[in-house]
Design a protein around this ligand. Structure first.
Ligand SMILES: [Zn+2]
Length: 105
């Protein structure tokens, strides 16, 4: 009984767990939800300690789980924009440097 999940089975399991987290704990009155969005932002940025009680709450609260997932997507997009901005700046700098060498006597 020491079987390892294949990559496909693992993805399926993660999707099933995510679907459960998104829907299985509706918490319509938002009982126990953090009132400060910065706490969820800290969780999305992985800046909370693993023993922080907010993590357990988010695992049992679909609205908070959704918010954290949305915040994580935004952070990921922001990181991509920063990387692309850095690449663009480096390209512009390289082109300017190269054209400076071309025009020098
Ligand atoms: Zn909550």
């Amino acid at each position: 009984m020491n079987e390892v999940l294949s990559r496909r089975e693992d993805k399926k399991l993660v999707k099933a767990l995510q679907a459960a987290a998104y829907n299985d704990h509706p918490n319509p009155t938002r009982i126990g939800c953090p009132t400060d969005i910065n706490i969820l932002k800290a969780l999305a940025a992985k800046k909370l300690h693993v023993t922080d009680p907010v993590i357990q709450h988010v695992a049992e609260c679909s609205p908070c789980f959704r918010e954290v997932m949305e915040l994580r997507c935004r952070l990921k997009r922001l990181r991509v924009f920063k990387i692309l901005g850095g690449v663009a700046a480096l390209t512009i700098f390289s082109v300017a440097l190269a054209s400076g060498y071309k025009n020098s006597p």
